[in-house]
Design a protein around this ligand. Structure first.
Ligand code: AMP
Length: 279
């Protein structure tokens, strides 16, 4: 496994691979790796010749400076996980490598940018697409893998790719969960034992909605899910929605395909998101 810190070194490593027509995959991460990240690498390995995993805690996508500061950075653990996963290249640039000078970034990501996470984390998807574009420029991947865990993020990245007409295929990979249903997240380490227990209500509410989707109306499902979450101590709901998977607007017609339930809540001091595709 090669560990690379600069764009120049990365390009000189990958250019001959690209010229040899080998397929290059990119798995962008912010580190603090868990089995969810590893699953992306494993899926990437099945579809490409060389897998590049980037670790970069991107400052421009954080709306809360405290959140950026306390973001976990367990470097040794990450290297071990990547080695064991059989990752070929780790790209781990510094902030100045990725942002050598002040720069403006604003692209049209469509109306869904401002919904859900975009409403609670203003400018988040501008920051996300800014760094993903830079990573695409550095790696020049044929294919890039993202988790369905960040459902809206995948949508925004697909919109960015189509806005610039980039020659990269975007793949959304299934959510990996703990045995009890909690979606794996780098932020879960901030949960106290009590938070950890309370956080289960998010996947429970989503599962309830999924299990009852064919028999109950959308308003009834929403009410039950919100009641479950609001009745859990230490959990502060930001949103629970049943939405159209393409527009993220509230869905009213169960006959549509591509319907997804999405939730975000603060559990103790930690903000968590989760979702489930319903049909
Ligand atoms: P992050 O390091 O949190 O930015 O995540 C890096 C990538 O891993 C993103 O594409 C996430 O959607 C994905 N990811 C995070 N958690 C999970 C999970 N539990 N299952 C699958 N993919 C995940």
């Amino acid at each position: 496994m090669k560990v690379i810190n600069t764009i120049a070194a990365l390009k000189s490593l990958l250019e001959p691979i690209k010229l040899a027509k080998q397929k290059i995959a990119l798995v962008p991460t912010m580190g603090a790796l868990h089995k969810g990240h590893v699953s992306l690498i494993k899926i990437a390995q099945q579809q490409a010749d060389v897998v590049v995993c980037s670790i970069f805690v991107n400052p421009t996508q954080f709306t809360d400076p405290k959140d950026l500061e306390k973001y976990p950075r367990p470097l040794e653990h990450d290297m071990k996980m990547l080695q064991e996963a059989g990752c070929n290249v780790v790209f781990m640039p510094s902030v100045t490598e990725m942002y050598p000078k002040p720069e403006e970034w604003h692209i049209d990501l469509g109306p869904a940018e401002f919904l859900l996470e975009g409403e609670f984390r203003k400018g988040h998807y501008q920051g996300v697409t800014q760094i993903v574009k830079k990573l695409f420029d550095a790696v020049n991947p044929d294919i890039a893998f993202f988790g369905q865990k960040d459902f809206q993020q995948v949508l925004m990245i697909k919109n960015m790719v189509s806005e610039f007409n980039l020659p990269v295929q975007i793949v959304s990979c299934p959510i990996i969960r703990e045995d009890d249903g909690l979606a794996m997240s780098s932020r879960n380490i901030h949960l106290s034992a009590e938070d950890r227990e309370n956080a289960l209500v998010l996947s429970k509410a989503l599962t309830y909605v999924k299990d009852n989707f064919s028999t109950h109306s959308i308003p009834v499902l929403l009410e039950a899910a919100k009641k479950l979450i609001n009745g859990t101590p230490g959990v502060e709901l930001d949103y629970f929605t049943i939405a159209n998977g393409a527009t993220l607007l509230p869905e009213e017609d169960k006959k549509h395909h591509d319907i997804v339930a999405l939730v975000a809540a603060k559990v103790g001091q930690t903000r968590l998101i989760d979702n489930m595709i319903l049909n």
